[in-house]
Design a protein around this ligand. Structure first.
Ligand SMILES: Nc1ncnc2c1ncn2[C@@H]1O[C@H](COP(=O)(O)OP(=O)(O)OP(=O)(O)O)[C@@H](O)[C@H]1O
Ligand SMILES: [Mg+2]
Length: 225
């Protein structure tokens, strides 16, 4: 959409980093150092991964963040992570933080710096319950970060043929209304194929239904933001 975007891998499993084929063994510093080593700025560890996208890579070292943060007071925790993210954010239109599932200390601190949350949601009945919990957690985090709001709930892995999916989507819309993005991402093998090629779906297969849907989501995000 012509925006400059930085993706920050905030998951110690480093899925986002491996997605783009970025090997961290040869890197001097990753998100862990960028956030917690005073001599390294997050902006310095950024890697370009094509089509104008940049990634701040992470690996298992980031698991150490939990221990570091656990020894800080809440306000200090939030401040350390926010400072790093806000500084690097000045150079981009959008900074997307990829958080792991669940709310560990690093995620809580990251949400202290965020303006908006996009909640990817698999299309299943059990996932609905988790969604309510995420919403409650975000409401609690708003006490510390008043700017924080849910941008939208993004339904993924949708299979339009099943009655179950139609029912779940109906329930989701009833419970969360406008929070659910109009656009839903269909289930398709194209995403796995794109990952093997280390490319986004926009590069891998720009004319596919999958790419079209993500472009529509981007449009919705721009309209809501
Ligand atoms: N719409 C889709 N259709 C088919 N496969 C998909 C789709 N979206 C994601 N996948 C596949 O599902 C797997 C998990 O996707 P992804 O890593 O994006 O999930 P995640 O939400 O980040 O998981 P986690 O919460 O554990 O970090 C990947 O192998 C990915 O290629
Ligand atoms: Mg993930």
């Amino acid at each position: 959409m012509g925006q400059s975007v930085l993706l920050v891998d905030m998951d110690a499993r480093g899925d986002l980093t491996s997605y783009f084929g970025v090997g961290t063994d040869d890197l001097e510093a990753t998100v862990y150092e960028g956030l917690f080593d005073e001599s390294v700025e997050l902006g310095e560890i950024v890697v370009e991964v094509g089509s104008g996208l940049e990634v701040a890579p992470a690996d298992i070292n980031l698991a150490g963040a939990t221990l570091l943060l656990a020894n800080m007071e809440f306000a200090k925790r939030q401040q350390v992570v926010k400072e790093g993210l806000v500084e690097v954010g000045k150079s981009y239109d959008f900074v997307l933080l990829d958080l792991p599932p669940g709310l560990e200390l690093l995620s809580v601190a990251a949400l202290g710096a965020a303006d908006e949350v996009i909640i990817p949601q698999q299309c299943s009945f059990l996932a609905l319950h988790g969604l309510r919990q995420v919403q409650n957690s975000i409401e609690r985090l708003q006490e510390a970060n008043q700017k924080l709001r849910i941008c939208g709930i993004l339904v993924t892995m949708q299979d339009r043929r099943t009655v179950h999916h139609r029912e779940v989507i109906g329930m989701m819309r009833e419970a969360f209304g406008q929070l659910v993005f109009e656009t839903m991402i269909p289930q398709t093998i194209r995403f796995q194929d794109a990952a093997i090629a280390h490319q986004t779906i926009m590069e891998y297969d720009p004319s596919s239904e999958a790419a079209k849907m993500y472009r529509a989501v981007a449009q919705e995000v721009l309209e809501r933001g």
